[in-house]
Design a protein around this ligand. Structure first.
Ligand SMILES: Cc1cc2nc3c(=O)[nH]c(=O)nc-3n(C[C@H](O)[C@H](O)[C@H](O)COP(=O)(O)O)c2cc1C
Length: 224
């Protein structure tokens, strides 16, 4: 079982990375192979909106995203971690999502994979919501959303969370839940039905119509 953690905080000593590291260590202690990827070692530039990915399945922006993608596709589960920046995910996280538009979302490439979201903020407002939003990116791309964990930094320059024990317990619980879900191939039929009914069926219709314009995505999504 391979679990990839993607850290979208630019601070290598920050609390987002610390929470993610703890999460991955717990998964590792339960037998999972884990890998932590992310900023600032992996610079992912902004999407240029050229839609070459939709047409040809390639990207003209030659940066670390191209090496992240096969690792994401090779994993059983993704742990997506972001700091709360301006009541939202960080720009680094958004850059990865934008670049993944065709490769993961339109092509529904995370089918059969599992995901969780982690978020660390300077205060509680929106931090829990962002943690969920971040993990649900996996659901948007065809996978199963297992849950979210979050925490508030005690101080931006010090290690530690407000209610440290509670935050760590929540993180460990979620890590155990993720490993169990991957191991048992847990199904989430209601959320899969919601995605199919309200999202993927519309994507299929759109790409059947626009097959000529976007041949790569159409082939990936429609399987022809
Ligand atoms: C540009 C920027 C914007 C931020 N905006 C928010 C915010 O809207 N809400 C919040 O709770 N914390 C905010 N923070 C605080 C960070 O979420 C907090 O310091 C967190 O610990 C950062 O993660 P890190 O320790 O991994 O760097 C912001 C920090 C920065 C640098």
């Amino acid at each position: 079982m391979k679990i990839i953690g993607l850290c979208a905080s630019p601070r290598p000593q920050g609390n987002t990375r610390r929470l993610l590291r703890r999460f991955l260590d717990t998964c590792h202690s339960l037998g999972a192979e884990v890998e932590l990827l992310g900023s600032p070692e992996h610079g992912v530039d902004f999407c240029r909106g050229c839609e070459q990915c939709m047409r040809q399945g390639t990207c003209p922006v030659t940066d670390d995203y191209l090496s992240l993608l096969p690792r994401i596709l090779g994993a059983d589960a993704l742990v997506l971690a972001t700091p709360n920046y301006a009541f939202d995910v960080s720009a680094q996280f958004k850059a990865v999502m934008d670049r993944s538009h065709a490769f993961l979302y339109y092509s529904q490439a995370l089918r059969h994979k599992y995901g969780v979201g982690l978020c660390v903020g300077g205060h509680w407002a929106m931090t829990r919501k962002i943690a969920k939003q971040c993990g649900q990116a996996v659901w948007l791309c065809g996978g199963s959303f297992v849950g979210a964990a979050w925490g508030v930094s005690k101080h931006r320059d010090k290690k530690g969370f407000v209610n440290e024990k509670k935050v760590c317990a929540r993180c460990d619980r979620l890590a155990r839940r993720l490993v169990r879900a991957v191991r048992t191939r847990k199904k989430y039929p209601v959320s899969a039905w919601v995605r199919e009914t309200f999202l993927v069926s519309h994507l299929r219709k759109m790409f059947r119509r626009r097959r000529e314009e976007y041949p790569w995505v159409a082939r990936k999504l429609l399987g022809d």
